[in-house]
Unconditional design. Structure first.
Length: 116
């Protein structure tokens, strides 16, 4: 499920980039600071072309897919808490030996040497 959503996410992102690059520019930024009469920064009127509407829809789909990708797990089953608890059980703690065992010297009693 995760990888299907990720593939769709990448396709939508590429299509969104292509659609944004295909659209005609809306004029200079300077038009917003005293350009022609009746024009705004987004152009005269409010005519939405097919490309603009498709960009809006793809942008919405892009945002929804981004949220879904953050929610859907990558395919690992179980909770994070259970994994952390299981890791503690599978790795037994090593008994800490005395300083003599770490140095490798043999200063134990003869009965302890036979047990080794």
């Amino acid at each position: 499920m995760y990888y299907a959503l990720l593939t769709l996410f990448v396709i939508v992102a590429v299509l969104l980039i292509i659609l944004a690059l295909l659209q005609k520019g809306r004029g200079d930024v300077g038009a917003a600071f005293g350009g022609g009469m009746g024009q705004s920064i987004f152009g005269a009127g409010g005519v939405d072309t097919i490309l603009t509407k498709a960009t809006y829809w793809l942008g919405g789909i892009f945002l929804v897919l981004a949220v879904l990708l953050s929610i859907v797990p990558k395919g690992e089953k179980g909770s994070i808490l259970e994994k952390e608890l299981n890791e503690g059980k599978t790795a037994p703690a090593k008994p800490s030996g005395g300083a003599q065992e770490r140095r490798g010297t043999d200063t134990g009693t003869p009965s302890q040497e036979k047990a080794r």
